[in-house]
Design a protein around this ligand. Structure first.
Ligand SMILES: [Zn+2]
Length: 490
């Protein structure tokens, strides 16, 4: 058999929980994390007889905002449908969703490829729908299998979702991961969702099929339970391999829904009975058609912030940052704002970039905090950077001062006092006195050097290290080195 090659064809369906205060069709709170089960509910989201849905205007605005950032066409005349199915997490036995007329369609997003270029992924549609409740199974591994009983919590039922469906344009697991990363970044920038995959605010289902070089196409599989970027990438890699192998052996690929098992690292077919749905969509009779007033779309468009990729471009052109640095700094809008505030307060763009990427991100990691809670404000960091730029204090001393500001939440002046760092540092006669003291305490080392046994200069470097340590970075290393050399020759 000739050498066969296999090309994956991937499309993603992403559910994004919109960050509104209340649910899509009632005024119940959307804040369900850690809340007692079934307390954020009302007759409308429980589907009790006589209750009527009322559309949340903020959810529409967020949906339109996301769609505009994804270059979609907005449908100004649209409507909602009932998607009927019976399941315990759905008290109404139908979900209000959009069917033939999504609020937006035909968009795209550009993702960067591993080779360094960019690649365009089409967005088929973005529509609004309500979330279902949550089933809690008694089995400790969270699976229904083996559980004695199940509980239901309707707090999540009715929370607004934007479902974003991509074209089958994605060509690899890595590209799928990049696409989701971009979308997550986008919804966070727009403030329409927290995009947290672990909390379930952003959920991904993947459709994947494989095309063989001999012209055969495999049926597609839909993969569920992809609740991290890593799970998404691993599941797709696994599935590409599995489907390619089947095609290579001349087998057919069953069209089915598969479930990613993160522990075993495999996908498994779910029982086919579960997917034999006929949703019997029909227009929601309790809601009027959704007609966006004239000028509405433009008004929302005017609220769009600078998008992450636009910001990255600007950082490269205005501040002469390289692509990697610009990407790291524009990753989160708040971090980008912090960086720019630092530059505006007078720090040089390059040095500010270095400080934010290394020191600021390090402290954020150590203290497990968000940039918005960062204990050192951008202006204070800019002042500190300026002192380094003007050679008033050394980089080492500045780092120590910065750490103190961050750890003790004190001002720049106080931190300098605590660290004993003074502008101008140690030089001249003070430095000489300090070095003489060190030499007196290390006479054996000094003798080794003087007797010519320090051929590689290791001992002298050791002394230099002691000086810098004692000076805590507050001296010019070149001045210290030449003074040390001079004193050793005495
Ligand atoms: Zn409600």
């Amino acid at each position: 058999m000739a050498d066969l090659t296999f090309k994956p064809v991937i499309g993603l369906e992403i559910h994004v929980q919109l960050a509104t205060k209340s649910k899509l069709f009632c005024s119940c709170s959307t804040d369900y994390i850690g809340v007692a089960p079934n307390t954020n509910v009302c007759p409308a989201c429980l589907g009790l007889p006589g209750s009527l849905p009322a559309l949340n205007a903020k959810a529409v605005e967020y949906g339109v905002k996301a769609a505009l950032a994804l270059n979609c066409t907005i449908n100004t005349a649209t409507r909602f449908h009932r998607k009927n199915y019976f399941y315990a997490d759905l008290p109404k036995a139908y979900q209000i969703s959009q069917y033939d007329l999504p609020i937006a369609e035909k968009g795209y997003v550009d993702v960067s490829t591993e080779e360094g270029g960019s690649y365009r992924i089409g967005i088929t549609r973005l529509h609004l729908e309500e979330d279902a409740g949550k089933l809690v199974h008694e089995a400790s591994d969270g699976r229904l299998v083996g559980a004695d009983q199940s509980f239901v919590d309707y707090n999540r039922g009715g929370i607004p979702l934007a479902e974003i469906v991509s074209e089958p344009d994605i060509r690899s697991a890595a590209e799928a991961k990049e696409y989701v990363t971009r979308l997550r970044q986008l919804v966070r920038y727009l403030g329409v969702s927290d995009g947290d995959m672990e909390k379930g605010s952003l959920r991904v289902d993947a459709n994947i099929s494989v095309k063989c070089s001999d012209g055969r196409w495999g049926n597609r599989a839909e993969i569920k339970n992809l609740n991290s970027l890593r799970a998404l990438e691993r599941a797709l890699e696994y599935e590409i391999k599995r489907q390619s192998q089947l095609l290579a052996e001349g087998e057919e690929i069953t069209q089915e829904t598969r479930h990613w098992d993160d522990v075993e690292g495999v996908t498994r077919a779910t029982r086919s009975k579960e997917e034999a749905h006929d949703y019997r969509y029909f227009p929601e009779p309790d809601l009027p058609p959704l007609i966006l007033p004239e000028g509405y779309v433009e008004k929302v468009r005017n609220t769009l912030p600078e998008l992450p990729w636009q910001k990255m471009e600007r950082f490269m052109s205005s501040y002469e940052l390289n692509e990697t640095d610009a990407m790291i700094l524009s990753e989160h809008m708040a971090l980008a704002d912090f960086y720019e505030a630092c530059v505006e307060a007078g720090a040089s763009p390059l040095r500010a970039s270095n400080w934010v990427r290394t020191e600021v991100l390090r402290v954020m990691n150590e203290q497990k905090i968000d940039i918005t809670e960062f204990p050192v404000d951008a202006a204070a960091l800019a002042q500190l950077i300026a002192k380094v730029d003007d050679n008033k204090i050394s980089t080492t001393a500045a780092r120590e001062v910065f750490d103190t500001m961050a750890a003790k939440k004190v001002s720049l002046e106080e931190a300098m006092k605590i660290c004993g760092v003074e502008e101008g540092g140690i030089s001249g006669s003070d430095l000489e006195k300090m070095i003489r003291n060190i030499l007196e305490n290390n006479t054996d080392v000094v003798e080794t050097i003087k007797s010519g046994q320090d051929k590689k200069g290791k001992k002298q470097k050791f002394l230099q290290g002691l000086i810098m340590k004692e000076a805590r970075g507050q001296t010019d290393p070149r001045e210290a080195a030449s003074l040390l050399a001079k004193l050793l020759e005495e």
